[in-house]
Design a protein around this ligand. Structure first.
Ligand code: TIU
Length: 218
């Protein structure tokens, strides 16, 4: 299949493609979550939820493998670098402390969960990660290789942090990456727009970008 994208058409085989839904968690998308506690306005992120849903629905209908990620830490915080812990506390959002949605950024807590309206279903993969990139200390690369995946479609938050870090990691591992522009968001729109420019420059240096309608037809 070929779709319009920047910097040129993106070609992929649905059977060798996976959809990545990056960190669409309460912690990044709802009031009282980690993202807001860090000092961000969540409105840009809230705005993309229906578009992310439309991309997920399209992928389900077309039997494209769906992989969800969640950023969070083990309850004993043994997978949280001291630097990340220290900086989170300095910002007033101490990882492991009790916040409005349970222990902040801890796996299994309310804030760590994927939004109800985008909930994973049987047959989807769910990956817990402790870093911004989805490959770091996870089974993601093995899952992709075992499923014969060559291309990745990206949705999620935040564009310039976890989405772009994962695209860079995937690109270095030889995957063809397509970022869905209006199904990704940063808290600051300028960071989002800058990320799009970084990804699709220099003849797809990290990958391609396109609006959701080019994929879903909606
Ligand atoms: N703070 C911010 O922009 N993002 C994160 O901390 N994590 C993700 O991007 N998921």
């Amino acid at each position: 299949m070929k779709i319009n994208a920047k910097p040129y058409e993106f070609e992929f085989d649905e059977k060798k493609t996976a959809l990545m839904v990056i960190d669409m968690q309460r912690d990044f998308c709802e009031h009282g979550g980690f993202g807001e506690m860090l000092g961000n306005d969540i409105s840009e992120v809230v705005n993309i939820i229906p578009t992310v849903k439309s991309v997920i629905d399209y992928c389900r209908e077309n039997n494209i493998l769906i992989i969800y990620t969640r950023e969070g830490h083990l309850p004993d915080l043994s997978d949280c670098p001291e630097s990340k812990l220290r900086r989170s506390k300095k910002q007033g959002a101490g990882i492991g402390d009790v916040g409005p949605m349970g222990r902040i950024m801890v796996r299994g807590e309310k804030g760590n969960a994927i939004l109800d309206e985008l909930a994973p279903q049987d047959g989807d993969y769910e990956i817990d990660k402790c870093g911004k990139g989805s490959f770091y200390k996870t089974d993601l690369e093995k899952i992709l290789r075992d499923n014969g995946i060559e291309s990745l479609i990206f949705t999620g938050v935040t564009t310039h942090v976890c989405v772009q870090t994962t695209i860079r990691e995937a690109n270095d591992r030889g995957f063809e990456c397509l970022m869905i522009e209006d199904a990704c968001a940063a808290y600051d729109r300028n960071d989002h727009l800058a990320s799009i420019k970084m990804i699709n420059q220099q003849g797809a240096i990290f990958g391609w970008t396109t609006p959701a309608e080019e994929l879903t037809g909606k």
